[in-house]
Ligand binder design. Structure first.
Ligand SMILES: [Zn+2]
Length: 159
């Protein structure tokens, strides 16, 4: 890293820590020539991901939008902001790992639903009803039935 004071390209890292929820690394560097210190930040490259909507239109992936959606479904439920962030992190990491550049919104919705299903029934149904845009009442009813079945199996006594 070029020293901003003398232009020397030799430095040593004197401190390194992550910030911004682990998506950036802050490094304190010391120039080996003039011994002045400066700071650099290292970020995860914003991956260029397009979301394919149900009508085939594409729009850039928007983390905030996804967070807002999960947050709305989790309103007044015992789900922490940290947990919601971690769901989004998990999805992003998965997509990054697979080096995807386009992903159907349906697939992201399904991923969130899988996570919420394990976490909180109410948040799950809320999210599912919005994300799937239930085409008819029957679909919604079957979803609720499925949920009740899940509830029943939970209440079975353990022998
Ligand atoms: Zn220097």
């Amino acid at each position: 890293m070029k020293c901003p004071f003398c232009g020397c390209e030799q430095d040593k890292v004197v401190d390194s820590r992550s910030s911004k929820e682990g998506r950036a690394v802050r490094r304190r560097r010391e120039c080996l020539e003039c011994a002045k210190r400066f700071t650099t930040y290292e970020y995860v490259e914003n991956f260029p991901l397009n979301i394919i909507k149900s009508d085939q239109r594409r729009e850039p992936y928007d983390r905030q939008k996804l967070l807002t959606g999960i947050l709305a479904a989790s309103k007044k439920r015992p789900i922490s902001m940290k947990k919601i962030e971690s769901i989004v992190d998990k999805i992003e990491n998965e997509l990054e790992k697979e080096a995807r550049t386009e992903v159907p919104s349906r697939e992201i919705g399904q991923y969130v639903m899988d996570e919420l299903y394990r976490l909180d029934d109410v948040a799950y149904v809320r999210f599912a009803s919005v994300y799937r845009n239930f085409k008819d009442k029957d679909e919604f009813v079957s979803e609720v039935k499925e949920l009740n079945a899940k509830e029943d199996s939970r209440q079975k006594p353990i022998r």
